[in-house]
Each structure stands twice: as C-alpha cells, then as structure tokens.
Design a protein around this ligand. Structure first.
Ligand SMILES: [Zn+2]
Length: 89
C-alpha cells in the first residue's frame, strides 16, 4: 500500500511538471504570435533581408507580406531597415 501511495505521488508530481512545462510553452507561443502580429502591422518603406542584407525600398509604407522572398538570396525573413533589430515588443 505504501508503494502504491508513493507511485501515485510520483505520477502526480510528473503531471504537475508536465503542466508547468506546457504552460511555459503556451506563453512562449503566445508571445511569438504577438510578435508576428505586430510585425504584420508595421508599414514602412524599407525592409532589409536578414539573410543577405538586401534592402527593398518601396515608394510608400508597405507591410512585410509585400516583400515576398528576397530577390537576391530567396530568404523569407525581413526586418525594418535602419534599425539594429526589429522594434517589436
Ligand atoms: Zn536576401
């Protein structure tokens, strides 16, 4: 009986650890989604490819989805040009 109680306690503890990790994952995912959403909302005229540094210049403020893959390296990732990092948070 003591062993059964011990096992139950271990199972309960691992479930709590799993729940804790799942909640951390959820927070990370929510943060990432928020960052993506705020990047979608940015409209600027200069986007820089993070892979090769190529800069696309639009004649007016444009959202990131207009960039498409980089013309030089086919890289898919862009950041606002003229900033060290994306101004997202
Ligand atoms: Zn590129």
């Amino acid at each position: 009986m003591a062993a059964e109680k011990f096992t139950r306690r271990i199972v309960k503890r691992s479930l709590l650890e799993i729940r804790e990790q799942a909640m951390q994952l959820q927070q990370t995912a929510e943060r990432a989604l928020k960052e993506i959403a705020s990047l979608d909302a940015i409209r600027i005229s200069r986007w820089r490819c993070v892979h090769c540094g190529h800069v696309i210049v639009f004649t007016r403020p444009t959202a990131i989805e207009s960039c498409g893959p980089c013309q030089m390296c086919k890289g898919p990732k862009w950041v606002p040009d003229g900033e060290g990092e994306t101004k997202v948070d």
